[in-house]
Write a protein of this length. Structure first.
Length: 275
């Protein structure tokens, strides 16, 4: 059983709670939506699931229904006790803590995990990138984020939404947009549409290049996304590297594939910077 809109409103009233704007709290109130998310996450008996931003437990209950072992993380010290009462008897473990500051290695141990979350706008991108880098035990993610964020996370080369985060995500995982979620299923109702992104971690990064050098180059290029690369990378990439990497110096950063960025970074790392 999951929470209906009436039950969510009743919980908020009984416990004298208000959704926090600072924490980006929008609670899902539609059972069909949370069950759809659980289904798209592909979890079931034998899976270990960690949920970030569990809130009042609507999605948490849907995940527990699948038979998966669920650990629910909630940063709000006022919500966490209510969440414990909601999931009592389901086997869900509630962890009170800020996902951006958690000791993920201690929490996850050596097990393999699936992360499922309704992520607020202000932490979605940095948290996803941090977990891709620091929590290799998370083999895949199914996250609900603001639609524009989802489009950036999953944008392929040539797409208008492609940015530095798109390339970094692609380095670690295979992203795909798997659905949209209307504002009407939330309390309070947000002013934006949400979308669901699935991230399947690669067994190993797709390109063999020093990650720090690659990411720094990507950040530099996208720092001036409307400029041609020969201008945005002036002083960073020697002109000869464009030919060596098979990249047009007149290209914009969003046009490049991960492999092209990697070849540019490899060449730039082995070639003295232009004077």
């Amino acid at each position: 059983m999951t929470l209906t809109r009436g039950e969510v409103l009743d919980l908020l009233e009984r416990h004298h709670l208000r959704p926090s704007r600072a924490l980006g709290q929008n609670f899902v109130t539609d059972p069909n939506t949370v069950r759809r998310i659980a289904r798209l996450a592909g979890v079931g008996a034998g899976d270990r699931v960690v949920e970030v931003g569990a809130g009042l437990g609507s999605l948490t209950l849907a995940l527990a229904e699948t038979g998966a072992s669920v650990t629910a993380v909630e940063a709000d010290r006022y919500l966490a006790p209510v969440l414990r009462t909601v999931v009592e008897g389901t086997g869900v473990e509630v962890v009170e803590g800020d996902a951006m500051r958690l000791d993920w290695a201690a929490l996850l141990g050596d097990e393999r995990w699936v992360l499922v979350a309704n992520l607020p706008y202000n932490i979605a991108t940095p948290l996803i990138l941090d977990l891709l880098e620091q929590a290799p035990g998370i083999e895949r993610m199914l996250v609900m984020v603001q639609r524009e964020v989802a489009e950036r996370l999953a944008a392929a080369s040539g797409a208008g939404a492609r940015g530095a985060v798109s390339v970094k995500v692609e380095y670690w995982a295979e992203p795909s947009l798997v659905g949209k979620v209307p504002p009407t299923v939330f309390v309070p109702r947000p002013k934006v549409e949400s979308a669901l992104v699935r991230l399947n971690r690669h067994a190993r990064p797709l390109v063999d290049v020093e990650r720090g050098a690659l990411f720094r180059l990507v950040d530099t290029g996208f720092g001036h996304r409307r400029k041609m690369l020969r201008r945005s990378l002036t002083g960073v990439v020697d002109a000869g590297c464009f030919d060596a990497a098979g990249v047009s110096p007149s290209a914009r950063p969003q046009e490049l594939t991960l492999e092209q960025w990697a070849r540019l970074a490899q060449c730039a790392s082995s070639t003295p910077p232009p004077s």
